[in-house]
Design a protein around this ligand. Structure first.
Ligand SMILES: [Fe+2]
Length: 286
């Protein structure tokens, strides 16, 4: 069955959130929902999430999965909030445990952060099958950007997370803890062995002024046109390009708040005795 896909674009972080369903009244999955965060005031808000809630309610959909492609560094996850409002199981790749351990060290978190992935309702292994009502899905482990990245194949569409970007932008960075450009090359080659007309749905787009944000491309287009990972690029060429480019990139604006929330499956830290929740800023760690 061909899934119906609704894409929501967050202009501030360039993130696409998806609702994948089989028509009005069906089960659905929400992929990579955004919790709005203003770093100047430290305030979270749910305008982006409410757009998803409104769509789900308007179409009578039943949320069965809240799928994260990875622990994002550029935006906070609204999965925890949406689970409260709409239900569904929060899932991510099983290697999130590696990511939790790495950031537990960096943020010097104690027992409040177990690193066995228990904050999530389900941890996917590579090639694990799942269902969204009548729609069949498959979780694909695609490490490289982080060790825990997953892509989700649902019908003829693959939600690629931070592996590929649109062909004119290329690929995701590989310099976060546990990132590996060799691994990303292998992961992308695996995705690009899928049938040429497979739809590839981006996690992000950062469009140049000459075009609008775009969320969908195909395997054939990526193999022909991707500026970093078309069929003519070798692993050695990609790794050299990616490594050099990553050295020039600053950290994402929201990496410090986002990671602390996202390794907790979108839950905020417990309040301190004055009722206020706090995040940490490690100095000179990045
Ligand atoms: Fe990312």
């Amino acid at each position: 069955m061909t899934p119906q896909i609704e894409a929501f674009y967050d202009v501030i972080t360039g993130t696409f959130t998806y609702v994948v369903h089989a028509g009005a009244g069906s089960a659905c999955a929400v992929i990579d929902p955004v919790l709005d965060f203003d770093p100047k005031s430290g305030r979270t808000s749910t305008e982006s999430a409410e757009r998803v809630v409104a769509f789900v309610r308007e179409h009578g959909l039943r949320v069965v999965w809240l799928l994260e492609t990875h622990a994002h560094a550029d935006h906070l996850s609204a999965a925890h909030y949406l689970k409260d409002v709409l239900g569904g199981k929060i899932a991510i790749g099983a290697s999130i445990r590696i990511v939790q351990s790495a950031f537990k060290r960096i943020f010097n978190l104690g027992d409040e952060l177990p690193t066995d992935g228990r904050q999530f309702d389900h941890l996917f292994s590579d090639d694990e099958h799942f269902s969204i009502g009548e729609l069949g899905g498959e979780a694909l482990h695609v490490p490289g950007h982080t060790p825990a990245d997953m892509a989700y194949r649902i019908g003829d569409a693959v939600f690629v997370g931070d592996t590929l970007f649109m062909p004119d932008l290329g690929s995701a960075r590989c310099d976060f803890p546990g990132g590996d450009a060799h691994a990303l090359y292998k992961s992308v080659r695996k995705l690009l062995t899928l049938p040429p007309d497979t739809r590839l749905c981006m996690c992000h787009d950062y469009p140049p002024p000459s075009r609008e944000p775009c969320w969908q491309t195909t395997v054939a287009e990526q193999r022909r046109d991707n500026i970093h990972l078309n069929d003519a690029v070798s692993a050695e060429q990609f790794v050299a390009m990616r490594t050099a480019r990553d050295r020039t990139l600053g950290m994402p604006t929201l990496i410090l708040p986002a990671i602390q929330i996202n390794i907790r499956a979108g839950a905020l830290p417990e309040p301190e005795e004055n009722g206020v929740r706090y995040l940490k800023i490690p100095l000179n760690a990045f």
